[in-house]
Design a protein around this ligand. Structure first.
Ligand SMILES: Cc1cc2nc3c(=O)[nH]c(=O)nc-3n(C[C@H](O)[C@H](O)[C@H](O)COP(=O)(O)OP(=O)(O)OC[C@H]3O[C@@H](n4cnc5c(N)ncnc54)[C@H](O)[C@@H]3O)c2cc1C
Length: 468
């Protein structure tokens, strides 16, 4: 049976007239476009229309149409975001970029690729790899997330420890801004200081300044080899001390991840080969480079991590590595399964505060009587700080919200940030004034209003305007 319903309002009617039937979703077809990865927290919106433009000029027309009528426009990539940024909270037009999915230029000999915004992250990674190149940004939902969404969130991932976040790999950006104008900053050049650095301003703007329609990406020759090193410890203090030695020795593994006691407890049985009961903290790290380099850094890593380790091992066997990757990918789901739900926040702290942040989560667990755990990109000080909740208990969810507020406050006391990767979007908009003082907030809202005086692009997300 078709999910296609009938036209429900004048906005849908006008947009069909402009772009054709195939570009406008109707009825139940709209449902997948009303939420993102925050759906498990119950967040869902409503849209007056869902439009899938297939060319740049259609996006220009759509933006001009929305701007002239004061209709909000919500840019949408793969819908994998964790901040509710792509959710149409209170109507408006969802602009999904999935049909803008062409690789416009690929020059392997010059290590670069020009893509439209709707190309998935996984496709960029694959095309690069098939040609001996490497695109390092690796947010976890790569088969669904899009380059436009990655730029909009400045997505990170495990490899950002060595290689930086998405911004480090973008040499140019094309956007459609108010009135439907196309603007380009940067391009296939590796350097460009001619103007203000608006490329960096647009990266991480979460759909609030315009619609990203394309990007020039920088690639590098693929590393020849990679090794994985894993260490298990009795407690987090020994593990974090090991992580500290990795930095102090000046080592540059590609990834440096940790998993705390609650997290290890939730996944112990799924760990490849099993884990003994005395292991309560894990460090997982990948080294890469030439065969000699990957090997040498692994040796040094083992040396840095060995003190107080209950076990320490390394592998470059593809099957063993794949098994570890599968386990790593399942961590978030296993944690959710503990009590049926979780409230997880991507706080970031300076590396020297990592142990204090892990301890702080334990303190909040005791204070709010909620089981907690954390794991994450240790090298970046980026924690997935999580309270495990009974999703069917409103009282518990309220308690978890209070605990999360305390978590944010303490992350800031440590000179950290309320978000290292996912952005403020909708779900963390209440943290805007906690994160920024009046002077910073005023600059940020001023920039929003300069680009979007009528507050049409993704209203209510990321920045809080004076009247909101
Ligand atoms: C299993 C899993 C693992 C994840 N792991 C990571 C991780 O390791 N690191 C990390 O950083 N994130 C991670 N994420 C979060 C998410 O994948 C990233 O934030 C990703 O960059 C979102 O891309 P998307 O295309 O799905 O964007 P969406 O969710 O569709 O949108 C996200 C935001 O970007 C805006 N946007 C999207 N496309 C455009 C565009 N073309 N122009 C303007 N604005 C746009 C939206 O309005 C919204 O505000 C993970 C998510 C999942 C589900």
């Amino acid at each position: 049976m078709s999910n296609r319903g009938s036209v429900e309002n004048n906005i849908e009617r006008d947009l069909i007239a402009l772009f054709g039937e195939e570009a406008v979703k109707l009825g139940l077809e709209k449902l997948p476009y009303l939420h993102d990865s925050t759906e498990m927290q119950g967040l869902s919106g409503r849209a007056d229309a869902v439009v899938l433009p297939e060319a740049l000029d259609q996006i220009c027309q759509l933006v001009a149409w929305c701007y002239s009528r004061g209709v909000p426009i919500i840019p949408r990539g793969g819908g994998t975001g964790f901040a509710g940024g792509a959710v149409p909270i209170d109507g408006g037009v969802v602009c999904s970029l999935e049909r803008l999915n062409r690789i416009l230029d690929f020059s392997p000999e010059f290590w670069r690729m020009q893509v439209e915004a709707g190309v998935t992250t996984g496709r960029v990674q694959r095309v690069a790899r098939e040609n001996g190149l490497y695109y390092p940004p690796d947010p976890g939902a790569a088969e669904l997330s899009q380059i436009g969404g990655n730029l909009a969130c400045n997505a990170g991932g495990p490899h950002s420890f060595k290689y930086g976040t998405t911004a480090s790999w973008v040499t140019g950006i094309q956007m459609v801004i108010r009135a439907g104008d196309v603007v380009t900053f940067g391009g296939p050049v590796r350097k460009d200081v001619a103007g203000y650095d608006l490329r960096s301003l647009f990266i991480g703007s979460e759909g609030t300044l315009g619609i990203i329609t394309g990007a020039w990406l920088r690639l590098i020759p693929a590393p020849e080899a990679s090794h994985t090193v894993i260490a298990g410890y009795r407690d987090f203090r020994s593990g974090v001390a090991g992580l500290g030695r990795v930095l102090a020795y000046g080592l540059t593994p590609a990834t440096l991840e940790y998993f705390d006691e609650g997290c290890v407890g939730a996944t112990r049985r799924a760990f490849p080969g099993g884990l003994s009961d005395d292991v309560n903290f894990l460090v997982l790290s990948e080294t890469d480079g030439s065969a000699g380099e990957a090997d040498r850094i692994s040796d040094q890593l083992m040396d840095a991590l060995k003190q107080d380790a209950v076990f320490l091992s390394r592998t470059h066997d593809p099957r063993a590595t794949a098994a570890l990757t599968r386990w790593r990918s399942g961590v978030s789901f296993a944690v959710s399964a503990q009590r049926g739900g979780k409230m997880s926040e991507d706080i970031v702290v300076p590396f020297d505060k990592l142990a204090a942040a892990i301890q702080m989560l334990g303190d909040l667990e005791a204070q709010f009587h909620l089981p907690s755990c954390s794991w994450g990109h240790a090298g970046d000080g980026n924690l997935h700080a999580t309270f495990m909740v009974d999703a069917a208990s409103p009282e518990e969810i309220t308690r978890a919200e209070l605990a999360t507020e305390a978590l944010f406050a303490r992350a800031l006391e440590m000179h950290g940030s309320v978000s290292g990767e996912h952005g403020l979007g909708w779900v963390k908009r209440s943290q805007f004034h906690r994160q920024f003082g009046p002077a910073e907030a005023s600059l940020l809202t001023g920039i929003k209003l300069l680009f979007d005086p009528d507050n049409i692009f993704n209203p209510g997300k990321k920045v809080i305007l004076p009247h909101e």
